[in-house]
Design a binder for this molecule. Structure first.
Ligand code: 3PG
Length: 234
């Protein structure tokens, strides 16, 4: 029965369903759970920042993770933050405390890393900023438990064994939520979202760098709509 029936009856805007799913005190995590997807975006040309963020927002996904893989990343975050206060902006590929600081100063409200760097995690906790370090093994997950985290990124999801491996490795950790990322696309999205320990999925399939470079915002909009429809089905 599901959540999809419940959602149809209750309406897509009923955020309380998702708050209940995570039951977090952290509004950023609740919003991530409600939206179900974190689009991971790498922008080289600052001029593409606002068109890209608006395309996401206008098509039902007011959330963006800007990767720190380009020189422009902090400026991109600043521009998007100044354009819309409704957009939930995060910074990804954060490898050092210094990058975390730069991203937060630019306006990032959550910090994502590919792996688990205790210095980055502690820095964000001390600043009361949501932090989503990447984990893959039970040992790394225990680090997250030690820091009292409620949700973590699970990376690289598909290359590392997919949903089957995630279910096995997540089994001992009752209340933790995972954000599988890496190789996920429209064809695998729903199966991940339907696993109760998945808060949301991360991915770049809707907003690939070459699409942004070519200014293909209509194509991006179509892919976002398909993904958002999938979240409504979970
Ligand atoms: C990341 O930055 O977390 C990953 O590179 C995203 O993975 P994807 O590009 O396969 O979606």
């Amino acid at each position: 029965m599901g959540m999809s029936l419940l959602l149809t009856a209750a309406g897509w805007q009923d955020k309380s369903l998702y708050v209940e799913k995570l039951n977090s005190m952290d509004p950023v995590l609740n919003q991530i759970g409600f939206l179900g997807i974190i689009p991971i975006v790498t922008i080289e040309d600052e001029k593409k920042s606002i068109p890209c963020a608006r395309t996401l927002q206008e098509n039902g996904l007011p959330i963006i993770e800007i990767t720190f893989r380009t020189q422009a990343a902090a400026h991109v975050i600043k521009q998007i933050a100044s354009d819309s206060s409704e957009m939930l902006i995060g910074a990804g590929t954060i490898l050092t405390k210094e990058d975390a600081q730069t991203a937060i100063d630019a306006g990032a409200r959550f910090i994502v890393s590919p792996g688990f760097n205790p210095k980055v995690v502690k820095y964000c906790i001390d600043k009361s900023i949501t932090v989503l370090p990447g984990v893959f093994t039970p040992t790394e997950i225990q680090y997250a438990v030690e820091f009292g985290l409620e949700a973590i990124k699970f990376f690289p999801a598909e290359a590392g064994g997919g949903l089957k491996y995630l279910k096995a490795v997540a089994a001992p950790f009752k209340s933790l939520k995972f954000i599988p990322t890496g190789g996920i696309d429209q064809s695998t999205l729903l199966s991940y979202l339907r696993f109760s320990k998945v808060l949301a999925c991360g991915g770049s399939w809707m907003v690939q760098p070459e699409m942004i470079r070519a200014g293909q915002f209509e194509q991006i909009a179509e892919l976002i709509c398909k993904a958002v429809a999938c979240v409504k089905e979970r």
